[in-house]
Design a protein around this ligand. Structure first.
Ligand code: A2P
Length: 332
């Protein structure tokens, strides 16, 4: 069985990763369609060694096609405007924006963590925020084995999370250009603001991590706080996660739990200075965990250092894995 797949935002940072991940994983594709705004419409992109013309995202270019999966990464407004049209035309939309993540009628899915949520949907599946995805992959095995009381997230996020504009701000900023995407220069700097500030003093990114974690782990009572920070790294988000577990644990058991978990690579050998870093992890599929150690300031506390490629596992790969999970479980 082969499927017709549409990429909405095909010319963007995540859109291009959708394309190369579908190729790499030999996703069973019959016809692929690329959509962008009028700016890039008419350009061509190679797919499986064939040139495909990018089409403008507009109603008449959608309704004449039979599309099985539509992978969206063209911003929240585009998702809000066009996703339901794709659904009406029979597609399953996997949306990388934040438009529907917290909608109770829309599943928010990381295949290693809550694949069961793919069984209920109204045509749209939301792909979580990049920093949430890698965090919940790391936390799920701990939740299953020990229970979780409280989580403290501190993130170190790459510029590619802000799309091409973020990447250009770092590249051009190194030679002194003023920032266009970020509020301040990101070259040689660290910015403790990702997205806008809310009335409670948190940024939208921080509240996304908090609310999305609760939704994916099916636990509204989890106590979570977060500080999210942009750093001058191109690809790969890093996170320091402090977690208070419900049950007591031994470090050896926790390491075994991570070793056995799906989608995780344990990279933790402090005697030889081994721990994950974005430069090594960019381009990889798994979530890498190191610096696993007891937080001896509280009873069942644990510290983790978690690194993943924010454009792959944090966005495009997770969306493709959602589509693969649909196929593997005969949900389409
Ligand atoms: P375009 O190349 O025509 O601007 P990034 O996040 O890397 O900036 O990429 C954003 C992606 O979303 C691009 O492919 C961009 O297309 C696409 N896009 C942005 N706005 C729209 C829109 N209104 N309709 C369709 N695609 C859009």
């Amino acid at each position: 069985m082969k499927y017709n797949v549409a990429i909405v935002g095909a010319t963007g940072m995540v859109g291009r990763q959708f394309i190369s991940i579908l190729e790499e994983r030999q996703f069973p594709i019959d016809t692929i369609y690329f959509f962008s705004s009028s700016r890039s419409a008419g350009t061509t992109i190679m797919f499986n060694e064939k040139e495909v013309t990018v089409e403008e995202l507009k109603q008449e270019n959608i309704i004449n096609k039979k599309i099985d999966f539509a992978l969206f990464s063209a911003g929240g407004d585009t998702s809000l405007k066009f996703a339901s049209l794709f659904v009406e035309c029979g597609a399953i939309v996997i949306d990388n924006s934040s438009a529907w993540r917290m909608d109770p009628k829309v599943p928010l899915v990381v295949p290693e963590v809550n694949p069961e949520d793919l069984k209920w949907h109204n045509g749209i599946i939301a792909n979580p925020n990049c920093s949430t995805i890698q965090a919940v992959v790391a936390l799920k095995p701990l939740l299953d084995d020990y229970g979780i009381k409280r989580i403290i997230y501190s993130t170190y996020q790459a510029v590619s999370g802000a799309g091409m504009g973020g990447f250009n701000d770092l590249k051009d900023g190194i030679s002194g250009a003023s920032p266009k995407k970020f509020q301040y220069p990101i070259a040689y700097n660290v910015i403790p603001q990702i997205d806008v500030f809310l009335d409670n003093g948190y940024t939208k990114e921080e509240m996304k991590m908090i609310e999305e974690t609760k939704k994916i782990l099916h636990n509204d009572n989890l106590r979570i706080t977060a500080t999210t920070v942009r750093v001058p790294v191109i690809h790969g988000h890093s996170e320091s996660i402090n977690v208070e577990l419900e049950k007591s644990f031994s470090l050896e058991e926790v390491l075994n739990t991570f070793n056995a978990a799906k989608g995780i690579v344990l990279m933790d050998n402090t005697r030889e200075n081994i721990y994950p870093m974005p430069l090594q992890i960019a381009g990889k599929d798994e979530v890498y965990i190191g610096r696993v150690r007891r937080d001896f300031s509280l009873e069942n506390g644990l510290n983790l250092w978690v690194v993943a490629d924010n454009i792959r596992k944090g966005a495009a790969l997770n969306a493709v894995q959602i589509a693969e999970t649909f196929i593997e479980n005969n949900l389409i």
